[in-house]
Write a protein that binds this ligand. Structure first.
Ligand SMILES: Cc1ncc(COP(=O)(O)O)c(C=O)c1O
Length: 456
């Protein structure tokens, strides 16, 4: 497909930048338009003369811009034919979303999410499309999920010494959908949550008027007295916990706390829903097997290990619970689209190499950011054993003021209170290490500036 000269001019809009050379500004504008989809990757650019006329520049400027784009991997030019737009290798192998790289002008780290593993994902989509025939010939409603995907996920649990049958797995469109379905089914009056915790479930519980009762967690662990009190209050209800590399603290629930949770749950008839979305992001040097909270309902997702855009998650519970959930009126609307389930099969079948790469990159980035911030008394933190972010305690200012100042320097962050059911943690800040080293350097510089310069 060829991009017409008009399409090129429209897609680029007002691309000139004061102070920047025309060819540089033009090349940057083409790259940005490719990244956010205004120019389609894989299509051919107009010929140089036509592009120059459409953009009101000389042919020499277009040639110079194409040279830059070629050097930086944005276009392929075969001898005698037009230039084809592509994404540079760097953009397709990294695990950082463009929005978190500052490529749209702002480094957006409000969400700690990785980009998709580009090439394996595209291959999985092609393979899924090739074998979609039988699924396309069906109604499109998969009930508890495609049998092959349920078996594959069950086998993963079994391989981790948690014997699981496919009837114990129900596929959803991610963890949040899993939690929404469980909440709709169990209808808890009170839910025990960690403080701080992942903010979306808090918002979800609030919309249904569910009462939240909290238990403090920090790098040192879970406050067992508060946990006991929270389970007593939530008797007959539910607990939503993130025991593995907790979001946002990165903490890993110790074995003793897991045992306590299981005992409390049994004593007070609380259904424990353990969110394992972060479980595979184990960044410890010598990882030991992580126990599970016995009797808990597990929810998992491919959001962090593969990509949030896959929208495939699952519930692992007793076959009886899964059977009941499969008959809930929200089961179908909260389930993953059949083709997405096929893509998930392709990716989950050979997940280990992807996980190995992802962990190596995250470990490097975590250590780099920790190194940049270490030894500064304007904040305190512990290097987390896993997950995607540092959890900083600011010693000189409130996090909302810092995030406002950071925004003025082009960095968006989520302040502590958004993670707290009781709106506390006003001096905490989540700092994802999902971006590459160069962006993390910029993040540290902005943090320094927003805190008033070193030593302020
Ligand atoms: C603890 C936790 N669970 C789940 C998710 C994502 O959920 P979903 O699978 O609905 O995208 C996140 C993403 O930030 C998370 O931190």
């Amino acid at each position: 497909m060829r991009i017409t000269d008009n399409q090129l001019a429209t897609a680029l809009g007002a691309w000139r930048r004061p102070g920047a050379a025309l060819a540089r500004a033009l090349a940057d504008a083409v790259g940005e338009a490719a990244l956010d989809g205004r120019l389609r990757v894989g299509s051919r650019l107009p010929a140089e003369r036509r592009a120059a006329a459409a953009l009101g520049v000389s042919r020499g400027t277009v040639i110079a811009a194409l040279d830059i784009l070629r050097d930086e991997g944005w276009v392929d030019t075969r001898r005698g034919s037009a230039s084809t737009l592509r994404l540079p290798l760097e953009a397709t192998t990294r695990i950082t979303p463009s929005s978190a790289m500052g490529e749209h002008g702002v480094i957006d780290l409000r969400r700690a999410v990785p980009a998709a593993p580009h090439a394996p994902y595209q291959r999985a989509v092609v393979r899924a499309a090739e074998r979609s025939g039988p699924v396309l010939a069906e109604s499109g409603e998969t009930g508890p999920g495609l049998p092959e995907l349920r078996s594959l996920i069950a086998d993963r649990y079994t391989a981790e010494r948690l014997a699981t049958r496919p009837e114990q797995i129900l596929i959803t469109s991610g963890t949040r959908a899993a939690l929404a379905l469980l909440s709709a089914h169990l209808r808890p009056r009170v839910v025990a949550v960690e403080i701080p915790t992942y903010f979306d479930p808090l918002a979800g519980f609030r919309t249904t008027g569910t009462r939240l009762v909290g238990c403090q967690v920090n790098a040192d662990g879970w406050d067992l007295d508060q946990l006991t009190a929270a389970f007593r209050t939530a008797a007959g209800g539910m607990a939503y916990l993130v025991p593995d590399f907790q979001n946002p603290t990165g903490a890993l629930m110790p074995r003793t706390a897991r045992r306590t949770v299981a005992e409390l749950a049994e004593r007070h008839h609380v259904t424990v829903v353990a969110d394992e979305t972060m479980r595979d992001l184990d960044l410890r040097d010598a990882p030991a097997p992580v126990q599970r909270i016995s009797g808990s309902v597990l929810i998992g997702s491919a959001a962090k290990t593969i990509w949030a855009g896959l929208r495939v998650g699952w519930i692992r519970g007793s076959a009886a619970l899964v059977g009941e959930l499969a008959h809930h009126p929200l089961c179908e609307p909260l389930s993953a689209a059949p083709i997405q389930q096929l893509v998930a099969i392709e990716l989950l079948r050979d997940l280990e190499p992807l996980l190995r790469d992802r962990r190596a990159v995250l470990r490097r980035q975590r250590d780099h950011l920790s190194g940049l911030l270490a030894g500064d008394d304007r904040w305190r933190f512990t290097v987390p054993p896993g997950g995607l972010a540092l959890w900083l305690r600011l010693t000189t200012m409130r996090a909302d003021l810092l995030t406002t100042r950071a925004r003025a320097h082009g960095l968006e962050l989520s302040p502590g209170p958004s993670f707290a059911a009781d709106a506390t943690h006003s001096h905490h800040l989540r700092l994802p290490y999902t971006p590459p080293i160069s962006t993390l350097n910029r993040v540290a510089t902005v943090l320094d500036l927003a805190c008033g310069g070193r030593g302020a």
